[in-house]
Design a protein around this ligand. Structure first.
Ligand code: NAD
Length: 479
């Protein structure tokens, strides 16, 4: 599939493709080749205004209608997915470097997974109820939803937010990452083909500092939902709260994984890497701080080296289960800086390390890396790295493990490997985070995704995702 740059010269506003009035452009770079594949035209202030105005008209007209109407609308969107599945997979691979098999089997499929989870939740959702005290509660759409999404699982994050907002009855203005606008364009084409009411879904492109900030600060936007860096999330949250708007923030993490001496170390390390390395480590809930009971530390280092040997790098356009590059040059530089710092401070490199892999001088490829013997407070332990890198650290006992795990500004996920139910239960209770995964288990679609502290505010997915876009209204009648 080839894209012409004209594909990215339009916003989608009020049910129509509308030429961008802004003057700023930025290239979309293929991270495997470091070459531009398209030119993104950023929305101007008038385009943001028009998108919010279209959403406002749709909101005032209650254009998304009844629950049955919204179910029918999401089902029409579902029928449009099949014919665009491969386009989505190709676009994501091209613009953020996901290997094509991962892009087909995981990245693009998240459209359908989140759509079905939203539909399931919507079918059973009660928008009105009578309380035991006789009063009534109704759940109404909060209003215009401003959605800002990142580049790492781009169609997943768009789907999680847009389907939940539409299910709740909120018209949306979506601003996807400026690094990955191609999949967002296809997403909009699928929604356009489904025949949504004008203004129910609007797409504007551009960077965070101008287009994203204008959307966030807009007085008519009633709820902001954001996924991305903690820096941007905290700015967006502060701005939303200042003007009395709701906000849901998903801001990433530095998730600890506690490995106890009774665990099968080879199995544990294989599962840990299978959660961290795919998508080149650009997964906000990845277990990246691996805390190992001191008595098993030496054996765990060897098991980690054996598990890492199974991972290779390769061309994302080629079929296979290799890793691709990281998504952009800034990401590559950030990872290298953290690796250099850790090694200078005395970390042992068990595999991988700094610099480009041999024979891969072009492309933002990062060697799958395992560091050991890292100081407890090292930057590489504290900062989200967003690359195929894990850090191994020993702990003395359960209390020490919990203290190390919770000594972080993040609180997204926690992982535990042990067959002892008492240890599992203590870890589940005491970790300060939004999700705990035991012995390599995974999250099922529709479960609430999100975290505590600087990992976020609120939850996405299924019923919990829809609730983020609803306002509770109490209704009392005379007795
Ligand atoms: P970012 O937060 O800068 O960008 C994410 C989205 O927010 C983009 O759409 C961007 O245009 C927008 N944005 C940025 N600043 C904004 C602002 N002030 N107001 C409104 N919108 C704004 O993230 P990034 O530069 O793409 O990545 C930087 C780091 O963020 C990564 O290294 C990684 O640690 C983290 N990250 C986390 C996730 C996640 O899933 N939690 C996803 C992507 C990146």
């Amino acid at each position: 599939m080839t894209y012409s740059s004209s594909d990215l010269t339009h916003s989608y506003i009020d049910g129509r493709w509308t030429p961008v009035t802004g003057t700023q452009c930025s290239p979309v770079i293929n991270p495997a080749t470091e070459t531009p594949v398209a030119m993104l035209h950023h929305a101007g202030p008038a385009d943001v205004e028009a998108a919010v105005a279209a959403a406002k008209r749709a909101h005032l007209a209650e254009a998304l209608g009844s629950k049955d109407n919204r179910v029918a609308l999401l089902e029409r969107i579902r029928t449009g997915f099949d014919s665009r599945r491969e386009d989505l997979a190709q676009a994501i691979s091209l613009e953020m470097g996901a290997p094509i098999d991962l892009s087909r089997n995981a990245q693009a499929e998240t459209f359908l997974i989140q759509l079905d989870a939203t539909l399931d939740a919507l079918h059973g959702f009660a928008f009105a109820e009578t309380l035991p005290n006789g009063d009534h509660l109704i759940r109404q759409p909060t209003g215009i939803a401003g959605l800002i999404t990142p580049w790492n699982w781009p169609i997943h994050q768009i789907s999680l937010k847009v389907f939940a907002a539409l299910a709740a009855g909120c018209p949306v203005v979506l601003k996807p990452s400026e690094h990955t606008p191609l999949n967002a364009r296809i997403f909009a084409e699928i929604l356009d083909a489904a025949g949504l009411p004008p203004g129910a879904f609007n797409l504007i492109n551009g960077d965070g500092a101008s287009v994203g900030a204008q959307l966030t600060d807009h007085p008519d936007v009633a709820v902001m939902s954001f996924t991305g860096s903690t820096r941007a999330g905290l700015e967006i949250g502060a701005s939303a709260v200042r003007r009395g708007a709701r906000c849901a923030l998903e801001m990433g993490g530095k998730s600890p994984c506690l490995v106890f001496e009774d665990a099968d170390l080879d199995q544990a390390m294989e599962k840990i890497l299978a959660k961290t390395f795919p998508n080149s480590g650009q997964n906000c809930n990845a277990p990246t701080r691996i805390l190992i009971e001191a008595s098993a530390y030496h054996a765990a280092k060897e098991a980690a080296q054996r598990a890492a040997a199974l991972w290779t790098l390769g061309d994302p356009a080629q079929s296979g289960d290799h890793l691709g590059p990281v998504a952009n040059g800034r990401q590559f530089d950030h990872i290298q800086t953290l690796l250099h710092g850790a090694i200078a401070a005395g970390a042992t490199v068990l595999c991988g390390g700094t610099g480009r892999p041999d024979g891969m001088e072009t492309g933002y490829f990062v060697k799958p890396t395992i560091l050991a013997d890292v100081a407890r407070k090292a930057e590489v332990v504290r900062q989200e790295i967003f690359g195929p890198v894990i850090v191994l650290q020993p702990f003395e006992d359960l209390d020490d493990a919990i203290a190390m795990a919770n000594d972080s500004e993040f609180g997204l996920a926690g992982y535990v490997y042990s067959n002892d139910p008492a240890i599992q239960s203590a870890v589940i209770r005491q970790l300060d985070c939004g999700m705990v995964f035991v012995n390599g288990a995974d999250l099922a679609p529709g479960s609430p995704f999100g975290g505590t502290k600087k990992s976020g505010i609120g939850r996405e997915g299924g019923t919990y995702g829809i609730e983020e876009f609803l306002e509770l209204k109490l209704v009392a009648h005379p007795a």
